[in-house]
Design a protein around this ligand. Structure first.
Ligand SMILES: Nc1ncnc2c1ncn2[C@@H]1O[C@H](COP(=O)(O)OP(=O)(O)O)[C@@H](O)[C@H]1O
Ligand SMILES: [Mg+2]
Length: 227
């Protein structure tokens, strides 16, 4: 059975540009089903990051609305929205946003501790995830001592620690060279599937995109499903 996780209802997003308005997304309808892996491709500047930010409640539409498990995100205040993101959504961005003064293990634990999970449980879950991505011998490393690819693997674990329903990944290998990036997006797709979660990811890798349930092209301010 497919359950609707996220829905864009006639979403329009504009940004002011001097006196005029830049229309980035226009009258966009989109449904994301639970348990699917969805890739979004499109030219630079086409609005992919804007779309993900709106999907994850980091930005608001100029018109239209977003519902997540049937709940209107626009009805939540900022505090409710942060709690909602912490519980339901894991983000992986292009470049790492790890805390430099914390070890890999501590970085992964942070969202769980914010959520109020017992420290011993957070550590257990974090260690399992870091082991899954091949970093069990890097638990005590700080981000500066990790390679770019290792940092993104830590970021993936951090996004997954609270077992969120949805993982949003914005070009997770965008800042890596080809060698370190190979495998990261595949790893992310595999773990999301193993955990029975849902993935919404922007990627340039068309081969990777073909491993996903559905691929969309963001073009002319809306999403087109690719054959
Ligand atoms: N906060 C903002 N204010 C004004 N313009 C913005 C803002 N964020 C993005 N844009 C513009 O919106 C367009 C789409 O940006 P973005 O979503 O980052 O594209 P992509 O991720 O596909 O490269 C770009 O032209 C960008 O300059
Ligand atoms: Mg972008």
């Amino acid at each position: 059975m497919t359950r609707e996780l996220l829905r864009f209802h006639a979403v329009t997003k504009t940004f002011a540009s001097g006196q005029s308005q830049l229309v980035i997304l226009e009258d966009l309808d989109f449904v994301l089903y639970s348990g699917t892996t969805v890739a979004i491709t499109g030219k630079s500047g086409s609005g992919k990051s804007t779309l993900l930010n709106i999907a994850g409640g980091l930005d608001k539409p100029s018109a239209g609305s977003i519902s997540f498990l049937g709940r209107e995100l626009g009805a939540l205040n900022d505090k409710e929205l942060s709690a909602f993101r912490n519980r339901h959504i894991g983000f992986v961005f292009q470049s790492h946003i790890l805390l430099d003064d914390f070890t890999a293990l501590e970085n992964v634990c942070v969202p769980a501790l914010i959520r109020g999970v017992r420290q011993s449980d957070a550590v257990k879950r974090a260690k399992e995830l870091l082991d899954r991505v091949g970093l069990s011998d890097r638990l005590q490393h700080r981000p500066q001592k990790l390679s770019g690819g290792e940092r993104q693997r830590v970021a993936i674990c951090r996004a997954l620690v609270n077992a969120p329903d949805l993982i949003i990944a914005d070009e997770p290998t965008g800042s890596l060279d080809e060698e370190s990036s190979s495998g990261i997006e595949i790893l992310l797709t595999d773990i999301v599937r193993e955990e029975g979660k849902t993935l919404l990811m922007v990627t340039h890798d068309t081969q990777l995109a073909s491993r996903c349930s559905t691929v969309y092209l963001l073009h002319n301010r809306t999403l087109q499903e690719m054959a």
